[in-house]
Ligand binder design. Structure first.
Ligand code: FAD
Length: 470
């Protein structure tokens, strides 16, 4: 067994620090290079999304590395979506009919810091900060870095290189620019971008609105959301078109216009956001996109993982969870194969990993786009609410027999995203068709409804199979 092999990891974000920890636990020599300063020592903005929705797939990864309890103390449970209408009324729509199924709000910085601390406990894991990767020579398994401290370049080599350097990955860029093999790559931007704002705590440090929910102000073509933080504040995110509609990021150029927009669209939020104008003009507006590519690896030399391989839009709250699940899946592939001692062993492992994983990350990318429309628009429709109420009742009354698409994706960590997507979409179609046709309603016998939904779902899945979708 050769565990002395050197693995170079580029990027010590959420995926890279978890990967380094897991590989360290498995006995590998791991060196991580991160371009930013150490977030445990220097106050740096995470750059985006201060807090994140953390759910069962992410928790499964924490269990793998033995951090479930430590992570729990960073979590704020969110039982459902608190929907706010334009008149300032609100109602809670639970994520599941099963009380024990909820998602959590977690701080990106705190979680990253915990993973870095745990990774560094392993003598053979070393993390270097302020070292920016500039390019990767994937044929020779070397990477060129710039050291911000010494202001000089240096080259590192390794047995294998794994890039977890996020959506703008340098390894992926090197694959693309290198033109040495057939590398497919797509990047699709939404017409909408996002800006982070905040609801600060009261003077006593209390939450200004209901703590245990993901708040949504859906407005059809745009929306505002808010997730709680442990200090009593909420991180608020405005998702809005760059240039379409009466109000957009390009034309909201003065404090008066921003106030007018919020007064009209989000009056209840405005009341608890006295710092709106300051936040709005201080914080950046950032784009949102989906990245798909293949292959993720070059022979047995290099591999893309996390957002570097599959960046998705944030509307299912699954990007980080999926990146953590990457590590779980990679670990399972390592378990199934003999200990890699050569490039060809690693190639077999990288291939097997990509084979099992890519279909699932493609699926969550598509589901995340669907959820963009659901969150900003559908959650406010009567038909959608009727369907959610029915699904909630089915989950409550038949906890072992029914899971909605949301539950399949979010709370069923033992089935892949693709399976969750196919089954969930078929169920949605079945229920919506039957509601529209008046075949079922909230007053029908629930056992009868469940049986009908199951039969109709199976018929739709069978059609999908015949059409080659499964
Ligand atoms: P990153 O977190 O991007 O980490 C990459 C790391 O690599 C960083 O530390 C970076 O500094 C470093 N790096 C980059 N380039 C280099 C280089 N050249 N050299 C060295 N180091 C480098 N996911 C969820 O699960 N739930 C959510 O609620 C959620 N909300 C989101 C909201 C928004 C607005 C956004 C944008 C994303 C959200 N996500 C969410 C997605 C989540 O942020 C990502 O999927 C997750 O951060 C991916 O982790 P990663 O480690 O692959 O990449």
């Amino acid at each position: 067994m050769n565990k002395q092999q050197n693995i170079l990891v580029i990027g010590a974000g959420l995926c890279g620090s978890l990967l380094a920890l897991r590989l360290g636990q498995r006995g590998y020599h791991v060196t991580v290079y991160e371009k930013r300063p150490d977030l445990r020592k220097v106050e740096i903005s995470a750059g985006r999304s201060i807090n994140l929705a953390f759910s069962d797939r992410g928790i499964k990864a924490m269990k793998l590395v033995g951090l479930e309890d430590k992570v729990q103390s960073l979590c704020i449970p969110m039982n459902g979506r608190m929907i706010h209408d334009q008149e300032g009324n609100s109602f809670l729509s639970n994520y599941s009919g099963r009380d024990y199924e909820y998602i959590n709000s977690i701080s990106r910085g705190e979680l990253n810091a915990l993973l870095l601390d745990e990774a560094e406990k392993h003598d053979h894991v070393t993390i270097h900060f302020n070292k920016k990767c500039q390019s990767v020579d994937f044929e020779n398994t070397t990477a060129l870095f710039f050291d911000y401290e010494t202001k000089s370049d240096f080259v590192e080599d390794a047995d294998i290189i794994i890039a977890t350097d996020g959506a703008g990955s340098i390894l992926r860029k090197s694959y693309f620019l290198g033109k040495k093999f057939l590398f497919s790559f797509s990047q699709d931007y939404l017409t909408h971008g996002y800006k982070e704002l905040s609801i600060l705590p009261t003077e006593n440090g209390d939450y200004k609105t209901y703590k245990n929910a993901l708040h949504i102000w859906p407005r059809g073509s745009f929306m505002l959301i808010a997730l709680p933080n442990l200090d009593g504040s909420f991180t608020v995110t405005l998702f809005l078109s760059f240039d379409e509609g009466n109000y957009n990021f390009n034309n909201l150029t003065t404090p008066e216009l921003v106030t007018e927009f919020f007064k009209k669209e989000f009056p209840d939020a405005l009341q608890i956001m006295p710092n709106l104008i300051e936040d709005f003009f201080k914080n950046p507006t950032s784009p949102l996109g989906t990245v798909k590519c293949s292959p993720w690896h070059f022979k047995g030399n290099t591999l893309l993982m996390g957002d570097a391989a599959h960046a998705i839009v944030p509307f299912y709250g699954q990007g980080m969870n999926a990146s953590f699940e990457d590590v779980v899946e990679f670990d399972a592939v390592l378990d199934k194969h003999k200990n890699p001692t050569s490039k060809s062993d690693w190639e077999t492992i990288f291939k097997a990993y990509e084979h099992t994983r890519k279909k699932d990350t493609d699926a969550i990318a598509d589901l995340a786009i669907d959820n963009f429309h659901e969150m900003k628009e559908h959650v406010n429709h009567d038909l959608f609410r009727e369907k959610r109420n029915l699904e909630m009742a089915l989950e409550k009354n038949f906890p072992n027999e029914y899971s909605s698409k949301y539950s399949l994706v979010t709370f069923n960590e033992n089935i892949g995203y693709r399976e969750a997507m196919l089954k969930g979409r078929a169920q949605d179609k079945a229920i919506l068709n039957m509601l529209v046709e008046g075949d079922i309603d909230m007053h029908s016998d629930l056992r009868h409804v469940l049986d009908k939904v199951k039969i109709e779902t199976e018929a739709i899945l069978e059609d999908d199979r015949i059409a080659g979708l499964k």
